[in-house]
Design a protein around this ligand. Sequence first.
Ligand code: ATP
Ligand code: MG
Length: 461
Amino acid sequence: MSFREFLQTEFLPYGSLSPGQLDRLEKHYELMMRWNERLNLTRISDLEEVVRFHYCESLFVGRVLPAGPLSIGDFGSGAGFPGFPLAVVRPDLRVTLIESDARKSVFLREASRELQNVTVVQNRFEQYRGTFDWVVSRAVSPEDVFRSGLATNFALLTSSEGIRLGAEVIRLPWGRDRVLRCSTWNVSRETKKDKSKVAKVIAISNQKGGVGKTTTAINLGASLAANDLKILLVDFDPQGNSTSGLGIEKQSGMLTIYDSLLRDVPLEQVVHRTECDGLDLIPADKNLVAADLDLVDAFEREHVLSKILAQIRDQYRYILIDCPPALDLLTLNALVAADSVLIPIQCEFFALEGISQLMDTIDKVRQGFSHPLDIEGILLTMYDDRTNLTRTVAEDLRDFFQDDVLQTIIPRSVRLAEAPSHGKPILMYDPRSRGAESYIRLAKEILENEQHRNRKTQAAR
Ligand SMILES: Nc1ncnc2c1ncn2[C@@H]1O[C@H](COP(=O)(O)OP(=O)(O)OP(=O)(O)O)[C@@H](O)[C@H]1O
Ligand SMILES: [Mg+2]
C-alpha cells in the first residue's frame, strides 16, 4: 500500500482527508524520506509507523484543538511533527515551527513553502519572543513550556511514545492554565498510582427532572479526569443522556449497566473509554426501565449496584452515578452504593420542590441500611446573574441549606446546553467558556473538600 492509501485508511475513523491535503502530506513524506538519508530527521522509517505515530497523531491533534484563528507554536519541530500536518488540515490555525537546528530548519522551510499558514523560526524555543494560544510539542515537557511563559492559554503535547488515536486525549489544569496532553505515559502512571486507592462514589441525584444532573455528571467527570485522575461515570438513567452526551452511540447489542445488574455480565466488559482521557463510562439505555421492576425480587435488592461496583472500585479515583429523575429502586441502589450525594438544584421558582422527599430518602438510607451517606453538596445550577429571580432563589437556598451549598455556582450557558449534542464534555467542546470554567472550579472544590475532610479525620484519630 502506498503512503497515501495507508494514511487515508488509517485516519478514516477520525476524519477524511481531501485530495489536496493528501498531496501536501505525501510531498512532505517524500521530502522527509529523501532528506533523512543525510539528516537525522526521524528515527522511524517503517511506513506503517511513520503514518501512525507521526502523521495520524499530528492530524488527530487538529481534531481536538478548538476552531478559530489560533496561534500555535510547535516547539522543537524537527521533521515538522505535529506542526506541519496540523497546518495542512487546519488552515484556520497560524502555526510557527520553532527548531534550533539550522539544517532541520532549512528542511522545514523547504517542506512548508506552499503553506500560507506556516512560519519557520530557527531558534531555541526558550529564546523565542512572543506567545501562543497553544503549544504543541513532542520534544518539550509541559513543565518547560510553562516555565518558558510562552503559552498564554493552553499547551498541547504529544509524547514521543505515541498516543493511541482517539482513546487518550485529556485536558488538565496545569500550572496557571490548562493543558491538553495526548500521551500514553501519564495514563499508565495514573492507573498504577490509583491501584492503592478505592474510588469515592458520588451519586448525583434530585428526583426533579431537568435540574442539571446529567450535565453535572458529564462535566464534573471530565473536569476531575483533567486533574490526572481516573474517573468512571455510571449512567444510571434509562434516558441514557450521559451515554449520548459523551458521544457513545446506543447500538443494539451494546452491553449496558442493565447487563451487569441483572445478567451478571462482569462490569469490566461494560466499561467504555470515552474521547476524554481518564473518563470511562458505563452506558445505559431504555432497558434500564425494566431493571426497576426486575430488581424488586432480587436478593438484597437495594445493594445490587453497590456489590457490582465493588468489582472495579479499585481502578478509579471517583465513580459518579447519574441518577434518574425519580426516587425509585434505581436511585435507592445508587444512594446505597454511594459515599456521598451531590444534589444539583436549578435556581428557579419551586427550586425546593421535592427536596424534602430526597432528604427523607437520604435519611432512610442512613438509618435503614446503617449507611453513612454524606451530602457532598448542594450545587446551584443554571444561575443567571442578569435576573433578580435567580439571585433571590440562590440567596434563599444558601439561607436554607447553609454550608451544604457548594461555593461554585454553575451559570446558565448556551454552550453547556449545546455540548451534549456534539457528544462532548464542555472541556472539549468549548474549553474557554464560562461553563467549562465553572465545572473546573467545581472539581477543584470537591477535591479540596475531600482533602479537608481527610485532614479532619486524621486529626480526630
Ligand atoms: N448550566 C446550564 N446552562 C444551560 N443549560 C443547561 C445547563 N445545565 C443543563 N442545561 C440543559 O438543561 C437540560 C436539562 O439538563 P440535564 O439533562 O443535565 O438535567 P437532568 O437533571 O439530568 O435531567 P433529567 O432529570 O431528565 O435526567 C438539558 O437540555 C441541558 O443541556
Ligand atoms: Mg439526566
